[in-house]
Every structure is written in structure tokens, then in C-alpha cells.
Design a protein around this ligand. Structure first.
Ligand SMILES: Cc1cc2nc3c(=O)[nH]c(=O)nc-3n(C[C@H](O)[C@H](O)[C@H](O)COP(=O)(O)OP(=O)(O)OC[C@H]3O[C@@H](n4cnc5c(N)ncnc54)[C@H](O)[C@@H]3O)c2cc1C
Length: 424
């Protein structure tokens, strides 16, 4: 596998995010209206890019809350390395650009009438609809677990209050205590996220609670960037983190809030802090609109992001299966940029160009130790968004501390650039 050099990576990400795929001639008829549901990575990117690409298209962004807290960098908040406010953003820059921002919950889609139904009973009309609402957690997927347990055993897989709760539980844990992290099987939001979390919790504990232990109870046998993570754990946090793969736990049979335990087929684990990350699916209102067929994730045309089931609706980000792309914020933002160009073309009755997409997922093993995985994706003749062979790859296995520190700096600049691009 070849690592992209920095110039190639920058060229691709600049093309994908700032949008140089298409020029936009005049709209065929009147002003079209694109409505976007979800003001996170995919939705904010689609809204801003569309505004930039074609000022003749009206853009409305519907999002649940006036502030958005990013999951990227939330593990640094849990480790006490960043205040929550530094990963929380509003929409005033989008509104100032002429994007209509509606704060409220979309509760349904009426494709025949081309309407989004809002929880407050109102409706919003669209010519084309983009949805990027992230994930729903499957609270009922594991016996004994329910939404009621999310305070006792925070998932922190949607950032905000849950992030603060998990941070507070970690800092209040007795000396020598045990943290359990339960990780679902694929697919789920942010494949390397749980292992970055274990790393940054270990960073905090090694300084404040050095005899504490972290046990990862996994729903699979291998994980993203595994050899890089485990090698770093052996060096930075020897004997603190144990990984129990599916083959060694046999799957979770029961979660017990009173006992603070997770019972698997082969062993029972007790935790002082339990970070229970439930399995996930596309949000329920998308499933009810038929966007996933009989499945749990939305199916799309991987060149245009248009639903395989409901014409006129485009799905981005975590809610969809987008070929080989992982469920990451960077993926969602790049998809949003490409989808904006697709929409501008479709609304002018033109054939959209096919973009080249890029994703990089950085993970912190400590605040000064970064690792990454990158991929480049293109639509094949068969219409599949596939990884380009020989492009992308992971950080090298053996690198001096300065290289890991540089990757941690790259991660910070990636975050600052992307969040400024989306919300600044
Ligand atoms: C701990 C953790 C760490 C992560 N780290 C990284 C990282 O380092 N890099 C990276 O690239 N990715 C990372 N991710 C993954 C990233 O957060 C997601 O992949 C990304 O947020 C997906 O973007 P999205 O647009 O699909 O959804 P989101 O970004 O979650 O946006 C969805 C938005 O829609 C809103 N919404 C939901 N339902 C409705 C509704 N019915 N009506 C109106 N609004 C609604 C939500 O409130 C939210 O504002 C991480 C995830 C986790 C959990």
C-alpha cells in the first residue's frame, strides 16, 4: 500500500472540499430549492458548498439544535485535554451566507409531495432533499441495556452531555478501578474511535490513577489501525489496556446496571466505569421513509448519493452505506461537497461529473502521538465507490516520536481547517 504524500493529499482534499469539479451555468427554470436535514459534517458541507457553487439555488438547512458538538476530538475532552466549548459550533456563518437555517427536528419525509415533516407539525417543501442526520443507537439490541442505562453507562457516541458525563465518571473513578468499553460489531460510526478513546483514557489514568485498568470487550476480532494502536499501548501504557476480541468473549449475553457488569458467553466483567457503545443504524425517520429498503442503513447510488429507493432524496454520511468509505466526519464532509456539485448539475438537467473522494482518519494515542489511515475512492464502471488500489494507507509501523508528534499536529490542523470550513 502506498502512503499519499502530503501534496497529493492536500490537492485531493482541497478539490473535494472546496469543490472544483463543475462550473455552473444558469438554472433551466426559476430558483430551485434544496433542503438539507442535519447540520453536522455532511449537511453543513453540502449547504456551504452548494451556496458557493450556485447562488441561484435556495438552500435550507434543518437541524435539531442551535449548537453542534463534534464527535471528532471529543475523546480529548474525555481525557481532560480540551473543554467541550472548543468542539462546539453554531450556524451564524451559514446564515450570514444566505443559507436559511431552521432549528427543529425533522420527523418524516413525504417524497410524493416533496415535503419534510417537522416534529412541530409544520412542513418544508423541497425540489431535492439531502439527509445527513448521523445515526440512531440501537438501545434494544443487547439484553439488559436500554436508553435508561445511558446515564449510568454513557455511550458518548453522540457528543455533548454524554461526553461530559463519561469524563466526569472517569475522573471520579476510585484508584485502581476498572473501565469497561463495549464496542459493537461493524458497521458503526468511526471505526477507530473506541481505540482512540481507550488510548486517551489511558493517557489520563496513567497520570491520575496509574493502577487503573481498561478492558475493551469487542464485537469483532480485529480493528482499524490495530497494530499501530497495540504497539503504542505497549510503549505508553504497559499492562493498562486489555483487548478481548469476540473470539475470546463469545458475544454479550446481558448488561446489568445494578451489578455494573457485562456478561459475555465466556466471562463476566465488572466495571467501575462502563462506556457502553451500542450497535447503530440509520435514524428511524429515514427507515420509515423507506430509504433503507429492508436493511438498517440507507442504500444509495454511489455516484450521486441519490437514494436507491426514493427519488429526489440524497443520503450522506453515517446514515448510508457509501461504498468502501468509512463512517467518518471527513468522509461525510467530502461527500457533502461532491453531492452539492451533483445537485447543481441535476437541477440544471445536466449529467453530474464523477468525483474522486478522500478520507483521512487521525487518532490520538496521546496528545503528542498521532496515527492515521487514509483512503482514496472512485466510482467504478459498475457504479461502486471503491478504494483506489495503491492510494492511501496507514502511518508507518516504525516511526520516531517526532513523526508521531507531527501527526498529532496534523490532526489538530485537520480539525481546525475542517471545522472552520464548515462552521467558521
Ligand atoms: C468518539 C468519536 C470520535 C470520532 N472521531 C472522528 C475523527 O477524528 N475524524 C472523523 O472524520 N470522524 C470522527 N468521528 C465520526 C464522525 O463523528 C461521524 O462520522 C460524522 O459526524 C458523521 O457525519 P454526519 O453528517 O453523518 O452526521 P453528524 O455529523 O452526526 O450530523 C448529524 C446532524 O443531524 C442532526 N439531526 C439528527 N437527526 C435530525 C433530525 N431528525 N432533524 C434535524 N436534525 C437532525 C444532529 O443533531 C446533527 O447535528 C468520530 C465519532 C466518534 C463517536
Amino acid at each position: 500500500m502506498k502512503l499519499l504524500n502530503r501534496r497529493e493529499t492536500l490537492a485531493l482534499s482541497t478539490a473535494a472540499v472546496s469543490g472544483v469539479f463543475l462550473a455552473a451555468p444558469a438554472l433551466a427554470v426559476g430558483r430551485a430549492k434544496v433542503v438539507i436535514v442535519g447540520g453536522g459534517f455532511g449537511g453543513a458541507s453540502a449547504a456551504r458548498t452548494l451556496r458557493q457553487v450556485d447562488p441561484d439555488i435556495d438552500v435550507t438547512l434543518i437541524t435539531e439544535a442551535a449548537k453542534f458538538t463534534t464527535c471528532p476530538f471529543s475523546n480529548l475532552v474525555i481525557a481532560g485535554e480540551r473543554p467541550l466549548e472548543t468542539i462546539t459550533f453554531g450556524y451564524s456563518a451559514l446564515a450570514a451566507q444566505g443559507i436559511e437555517v431552521i432549528i427543529g427536528l425533522a420527523s418524516g419525509i413525504e417524497p410524493a409531495a416533496r415535503l419534510v415533516r417537522m416534529q412541530d407539525g409544520s412542513t418544508v417543501a423541497y425540489d431535492r432533499l439531502v439527509v445527513s442526520p448521523g445515526i440512531d443507537l440501537k438501545y434494544d439490541a443487547v439484553p439488559g441495556y436500554s436508553k435508561d442505562l445511558e446515564t449510568l453507562m454513557p455511550h458518548a457516541w453522540k457528543a455533548g452531555q454524554q461526553t461530559v458525563l463519561l469524563r466526569d465518571q472517569l475522573t471520579a473513578m476510585p484508584q485502581g478501578g476498572t473501565v469497561l468499553i463495549s464496542v459493537p460489531d461493524n458497521p458503526y460510526r468511526c471505526p477507530p474511535g473506541p481505540y482512540e478513546r481507550a488510548s486517551l483514557m489511558a493517557y489520563y489514568l496513567s497520570r491520575n490513577n496509574p493502577t487503573a485498568k481498561i478492558i475493551i470487550i469487542d464485537g469483532k476480532d480485529t480493528f482499524s489501525k490495530q497494530s499501530l494502536f497495540t504497539k503504542a499501548w505497549d510503549t505508553l501504557y504497559p499492562n493498562m489496556i486489555s483487548f478481548v476480541p469476540f473470539a475470546s468473549n463469545g458475544g454479550i449475553l446481558n448488561v446489568d446496571g445494578a451489578q455494573m457488569s457485562i456478561v459475555t458467553a465466556f466471562e463476566s466483567f465488572r466495571g467501575d466505569v462502563i462506556n457502553f457503545i451500542p450497535p447503530q443504524k440509520a435514524p428511524q425517520f429515514l427507515l420509515e421513509a423507506g430509504l433503507a429498503g429492508d436493511a438498517e442503513w440507507c442504500g444509495i447510488d454511489q455516484a450521486t448519493f441519490e437514494s436507491s429507493f426514493v427519488p429526489g432524496v440524497h443520503v450522506l454520511g453515517d446514515a448510508a452505506i457509501v461504498g468502501d468509505m468509512p463512517k467518518s466526519g471527513f468522509s461525510a464532509a467530502v461527500q457533502g461537497a461532491v453531492c452539492a456539485h451533483v445537485l447543481a448539475a441535476l437541477l440544471r438537467d445536466q449529467s453530474p461529473n464523477r468525483g474522486t473522494l478522500l478520507n483521512t482518519c487521525y487518532s490520538f494515542v496521546s496528545p503528542t502521538y498521532g496515527i492515521s489511515i487514509a483512503g482514496v475512492y472512485r466510482v467504478t464502471e459498475e457504479g461502486r465507490l471503491k478504494s483506489v488500489e495503491g492510494a492511501g494507507g496507514t502511518s508507518v509501523a516504525d516511526a520516531p516520536p517526532e513523526a508521531r508528534a507531527a501527526e498529532a499536529d496534523h490532526a489538530r490542523s485537520w480539525y481546525d481547517n475542517l471545522t472552520t470550513h464548515l462552521f467558521g
